[in-house]
Design a protein around this ligand. Structure first.
Ligand code: PGA
Length: 255
């Protein structure tokens, strides 16, 4: 099975949660439960927790990610953080194009592309989020929307650079709503995205790419989603904030 050609990754997206002491407590609880995971383990924490996370996870199998970065290297961009600032700290991953950034902060496919290119150029691995709105699914244009988001996001990336991209398929209607895509719905779109990557790059690049599902993935529904051929792990919001829930997801992805 081609699933063996790539690593499943369970990535926690903490969003705007956890003060530094709270982050420390959660990471200390995560280290022992992540220890035996054979899947990749990433925690994407708020900027204020990055230093704590990098320090505490040294020598463990947990990698640290940020939740965004700017496309310029430095300068007059109040409130922004550059990709170089992240790599200098020891951060390895960054979430780009999350639907909350698109919905609430004016992120567009074009800015997602600029941020993705800057992140990869700085040596970061990108968790690139794509996904349709409910009305887009109802209109029957999920593939067009997700296809376009994917194509624009990776515009200008070389075949070498695409190896540093993980795509997270996150249907917007499933994020934080408790409504999960069915295993079949999620598999269908993840397979479609893999086809888009194959057309843009090659079959080998598409087969090697980790494509996650995200959107209310939890200990109850993870096993079904994660056994699907084209779903290689998950980007996890709510269920990444409790060590016991995250542990179940790591176990499911390590099978
Ligand atoms: P959720 O969030 O698991 O809470 O739905 C997923 C995400 O937004 O990455």
């Amino acid at each position: 099975m081609n699933k063996k050609l790539r690593q499943a990754i369970i990535a926690g997206n903490w969003k705007m949660n956890k003060t530094r002491p709270e982050a420390k407590a959660l990471i200390e609880a995560l280290i022992p439960v992540a220890k035996n995971a054979t899947c990749g383990v990433v925690i994407c924490v708020p900027f204020t927790n990055l230093e704590t996370a990098v320090e505490l996870t040294k020598g463990t199998n947990i990698k640290v990610g940020a939740q965004n970065c700017h496309f310029e290297k430095s300068g007059a961009f109040t409130g922004e953080i550059s990709a170089d600032m992240l790599t200098e700290m020891g951060v390895e991953y960054v979430v780009i194009g999350h639907s909350e950034r698109r919905q609430y902060f004016g992120e567009t496919d074009v800015t997602v592309n600029k941020r993705t290119k800057a992140a990869v150029a700085a040596g970061l691995k990108v968790l690139l989020c794509v996904g349709e709105l409910l009305e887009e699914r109802e209109q029957g244009i999920t593939e067009e929307i997700v296809g376009l988001q994917t194509k624009v996001a990776v515009m200008g990336l070389t075949a070498d650079e695409i190896k540093n991209i993980v795509i997270a398929y996150e249907p917007v209607w499933a994020i934080g709503t408790g409504k999960t895509a069915t295993d079949e719905q999620a598999e269908e779109v993840c397979a479609y995205i893999r086809g888009v990557v194959e057309k843009l790059y090659s079959k080998a690049d598409a087969d090697a790419m980790t494509i996650q599902y995200g959107g209310s993935m939890n200990p109850k529904n993870a096993a079904g989603l994660l056994t699907k051929e084209n779903i290689d792990g998950g980007l996890i919001g709510g269920a990444s904030l409790k060590a016991e829930d995250f542990a179940v997801l790591l176990e499911a992805a390590s099978k």
